[in-house]
Design a binder for this molecule. Structure first.
Ligand code: ADP
Ligand code: ZN
Length: 528
């Protein structure tokens, strides 16, 4: 460190008071700021709403020169610059949305030392003119926002981020601070390697968001379940509803509006002006609901989002954590609600099977999905499981559905054997594969047309599973999938045995299952 810490901290504190109007630093902000002001590198893992921006904005103001912020969030740069300008901070941005004149003005300001912060889209660095420009000015620091975008294994990879390893080679004396809210240990390590942050100090905040109540319910009629939730617990609240497809985004937004809840759609297929308008309405108005694909929300700083609802299963725990993290930045009680069903698993498996990329990539996507399923089917505290995924430990939280209404766990070994042996018989006696629907019909002994057509009523397993209802069998299948005792593939979601299935069939392994608590069962039957 080149400056005595006392000076650094008092200057930083003054900037915090004078410019931002806050009394004190939060969490590790002060340590982080001191590190960067002193010329050191920092890698910051902090949940959404934790206060990452100040960690580079204050050092940029304290150090001489311009703080250069690399951010993939082009759509938000104008807002960020406006917000800083309102505080009297001199800020500008360079990205592809600007024309020549606008760009030149910012470049001029940069060169003449009239900027405190310059936001830069990563692809700008591919242009030689930009790097030459940076050479001609004085850089206080590089901030690499959304640093997980450098991770090829993660859920939000941006190829341009790989170039950021050059920053250190080209400007070795400029301190760098990389920040992200996505933080498995694997991503963490990858960021450090790929950004060449060998001597960086690591700051890992707790990822717990205690004011968010996590709830995961079995999906039966998702729109009605959602409406029920909004009417009973979130009337008049602002919130985000995530759907996987544009089509279901549109349908859900219309459905809510028709039922008296003001909702607007947001997805990549909309005209960019409509998208910008819906986004800014969401930020400015009270109590608006945005129904969106995951394209919405990265970097959105709206403190009073009271709920985040998922009508489809997110593809990974990291994605789920990030999306739900947009709720309750103001620290007030908020809800993260997810409805998921067997069809989600079938659909995502299909997407993985047909996705581009090599076998290793598909395996990785499969691992992400499995972790998400495990979170859905757990009988433990959701928060504990979520934090464990990020390598952090905690006590049962008392503020998630499994803590509030503990699900029973029951010995599902016999139903598991019945189901797996049905799949086995279809595969080995008949050389056939079927989806969940047909397998359940066989277990329940239903003589449907399809059962007659394939003479499935001749199978020895026909009708051996009448002790459970259709929906209960679906639960059994979901849980076998989550425990990798069963697999699903293809367009029709056909069921297959896995390597581990034999252990259950051979009675060498017991299978514990989760029984949905009464509360969930009641609310889903009320809404159907
Ligand atoms: P992140 O980027 O980590 O999601 P932000 O930097 O947007 O979080 O900060 C979240 C909110 O907390 C913002 O409204 C910000 O102004 C506020 N904030 C950050 N640090 C402090 C602090 N030390 N005191 C009070 N408010 C703060
Ligand atoms: Zn809990």
């Amino acid at each position: 460190t080149s400056q005595p810490l006392d000076d650094t901290s008092s200057e930083a504190l003054q900037v915090l008071h004078r410019v931002f109007g806050y009394d004190s630093f939060r969490g590790e902000q002060q340590d982080i700021i001191e590190t960067v002001v002193g010329g050191g590198d920092a890698l910051v893992l902090m949940p959404t709403g934790g206060g990452k921006s100040l960690c580079y904005q204050i050092p940029a103001l304290v150090r001489s020169g311009v703080g250069v912020v690399i951010s993939p969030l082009i759509a938000l740069m104008q807002d960020q610059v406006d917000a800083l300008t309102a505080l009297g901070v001199r800020a500008g941005f360079l990205n592809s949305t600007q024309d020549y004149e606008q760009r030149r003005e910012v470049e001029q300001a940069f060169l003449s030392g009239d900027l405190d912060l310059l936001y830069l889209a990563p692809e700008r660095l591919r242009v030689e003119a930009t790097t030459r420009l940076l050479d001609q000015g004085k850089i206080a620091l590089f901030a690499i926002d959304e640093a997980h975008c450098v991770s090829q294994w993660g859920h939000d990879f941006r190829p341009d981020y790989l170039m950021l390893s050059q920053l250190h080679e080209r400007w070795p004396d400029v301190p760098r601070i990389a920040l992200t809210a996505t933080a498995t240990e694997a991503t963490h390590a990858e960021i450090a390697t790929r950004l060449n942050l060998k001597s960086a100090k690591h700051f890992v905040a707790s990822f717990d968001r205690p004011n968010i109540q996590y709830r995961i319910v079995p999906k039966d009629s998702p729109q009605k379940q959602l409406l029920d939730l909004l009417r009973t617990e979130h009337a008049g609240d602002a919130g985000i509803v995530y759907c996987l497809s544009r089509n279901s985004v549109e349908k859900t937004a219309t459905f809510l509006t028709q039922n008296g809840i003001e909702a607007v759609p947001y997805h990549a297929g909309l005209d960019s002006r409509v998208r910008a308008k819906n986004q800014s309405r969401f930020l400015r108005e009270d109590g608006l609901v945005v129904v969106a694909t995951i394209a919405f929300g990265m970097g959105i700083d709206k403190p009073d989002v009271r709920f985040v609802a998922h009508l489809d299963l997110p593809k990974s725990v990291e994605g789920y954590y990030q999306e739900t993290g947009r709720a309750g930045r103001d620290g007030l009680p908020s809800t993260a609600w997810l409805a998921y069903g067997l069809q989600d698993v079938v659909q995502q498996r299909k997407m993985i099977d047909t996705s581009e990329g090599d076998a290793a990539h598909r395996r990785r996507l499969g691992t992400h999905l499995d972790a998400m399923l495990a979170l859905c089917e757990t009988v433990q505290c959701r928060r504990q499981q979520l934090l464990a995924y990020f390598g952090q430990t905690g006590e049962p939280c008392g503020n998630c559905d499994t803590c509030l209404t503990p699900p029973e766990s029951w010995d599902g070994t016999i139903p598991a054997q019945k189901l797996l042996s049905t799949v086995y018989r279809l595969q080995h006696e008949r050389n056939q594969k079927f989806g969940a629907g047909q397998v359940i019909d066989i277990l329940l002994g239903k003589t449907t047309d399809k059962v007659k057509q394939f003479r499935h009523d001749d199978l020895t397993v026909f009708g051996i599973g009448t002790e459970l209802k259709d929906t209960e069998w679906r639960g059994v299948i979901r849980q076998l999938l989550a425990q990798r005792l069963l697999a699903v593939e293809g367009d029709y979601g056909t069921l297959l045995l896995t390597e581990d299935s034999a252990e259950v069939l051979g009675r060498r392994r017991d299978v514990m299952m989760r029984r949905e608590p009464e509360r969930a069962a009641r609310s889903s039957s009320r809404s159907s």
